[in-house]
Design a protein around this ligand. Structure first.
Ligand SMILES: *Cc1c(COP(=O)(O)O)cnc(C)c1O
Length: 393
């Protein structure tokens, strides 16, 4: 209430990156070299990233959005095709389908994992369906056995949106080594960041080749070498490609971040355990379920509030957390509720009931390696305080 002391006098941001002196030194090293855009460090980052996820090939790009776009186009998806995905995702996943001139077909999520419901995928398949883009929400793998089985039956390409899923596993295999193509994001908030950036991994040599060429104007392979010793001025445009390449400045950051990714993961897991134990005791809160076999990368930690046990809705809960000095976010506003999608495709409230049910209840809480244990305890204190004040007695 008025004049009362908040849990935090200094605001705790929802997210902070984990860039430190190693990344800075590596960037300086690149800037002091003669080569700052796509070059040796990008190649090294691709190699190490492919090794980390257990994929044959990795192509670095300037965002996951770019990577998803390339994966679709390089898989031959275009006009007249349909691509199945989840409405419970970031704009990028759905927008790239439109950029590829295909049509997006949404399939509702499971309430426990917030991932696309494989049981509902088959009903959405038509003769025009060419691909599925599952999103591994928060870093928990989708049910890949089910998805791959459906894909095989209907001859569909599986392009995984793994923006949240660096370090994630499914039944002992790392995400990045499973579907035809997997796309990672290195956006500022992600588990591994290069400021902006992304990576596509695949075990398909031809696909990797097409993606690499399309990422740099459709210029024949290794065109970046043309300015070095022994490089040739000659190149050929083999396709009207894009300008989606990663720079060596970004790759410098990525190389250092990749070396720390397991360390980051351990901190995330430790804080998640503290959150899970604390919130598990509150009947007004639903905690995330880690039920898919394999490592959960915990890109996000979220809670769902039970409005029927509270005199406060999700929006007011977020506002109250802000007043306690805690930064939060909402992942995601379902795609079909956004004006463009709603107005263009005639979507209505009620079309994807599970996505909407989750959206009305969800709050993402701070989870990143720079948090201290005290920060985590403060988040818990703030949530408890709000629950205590607003619970229906
Ligand atoms: C962040 C994010 C993206 C987009 O990543 P960019 O690298 O910013 O293009 C795509 N899908 C999901 C689920 C995301 O969270």
């Amino acid at each position: 209430m008025e004049g009362e002391t908040p849990i935090r006098s200094e605001f705790l941001p929802f997210c902070r990156h984990s860039i430190s002196k190693e990344e800075i030194a590596e960037v300086v090293d690149t800037l002091n070299s003669d080569w700052i855009t796509t070059g040796p460090k990008t190649k090294e980052f691709e190699k190490r990233f492919a090794e980390y996820v257990g994929a044959e090939y990795a192509i670095a790009v300037n965002s996951a959005t770019a990577g998803l776009h390339l994966a679709l186009i390089a898989s031959g998806i275009g006009k007249g095709d349909e691509v199945i995905t989840t409405p419970y995702t970031f704009a990028a996943t759905a927008n790239v389908i439109i950029h590829s001139q295909a049509a997006s077909v949404f399939v509702d999520i499971q309430k426990d994992t917030l991932n696309i419901d494989p049981v509902k995928i088959e009903a959405a398949i038509t003769p025009k369906t060419k691909a599925i883009i599952p999103v591994h929400f928060a870093g928990q793998s989708c049910d890949m056995d089910e998805i791959l089985q459906i894909a095989k039956k209907y001859n569909l390409t599986v392009i995984e949106d793994a923006a949240h899923a660096i370090s994630s596993e499914y039944k002992g295999k790392k995400i990045g080594s499973i579907g035809q193509a997997t796309v990672f994001s290195f956006y500022a908030t992600k588990n591994l960041t290069t400021g902006e950036g992304g990576m596509v991994t695949t075990n398909d040599k031809e696909l990797a080749n097409r993606i690499a060429i399309l990422s740099l104007h459709g210029i024949s392979k290794d065109a970046w070498k043309r300015y070095g010793a022994g490089g040739s001025w000659y190149y050929e445009i083999v396709s009207p490609g894009f300008k989606y390449n990663m720079t060596d400045i970004q790759a410098s950051i990525g190389l250092c971040q990749l070396a720390k990714i397991e360390e980051f993961l351990k901190i995330r897991q430790k804080y998640v355990q503290i959150y899970q134990e604390a919130f598990g005791e509150l009947p007004q809160i639903i905690t995330p379920k880690d039920i898919t076999p394999g490592c959960h990368a915990w890109h996000l930690y979220y809670i769902l509030i039970k409005p029927e046990l509270l005199k406060i809705n999700r929006d007011s809960f977020i506002e109250a957390l802000g007043k306690e000095g805690i930064g939060t976010s909402v992942h995601f506003i379902p795609i079909h509720l956004h004006p463009y999608y709603r107005d263009t495709y005639g979507f209505q409230k009620g079309d994807f009931p599970n996505a909407e049910w989750v959206y009305e209840r969800i709050i993402s809480l701070p989870l990143y390696p720079k948090l201290t244990e005290k920060d985590v305890r403060d988040v818990i204190l703030a949530v408890r305080k709000i629950v205590d004040r607003w619970k229906i007695r």
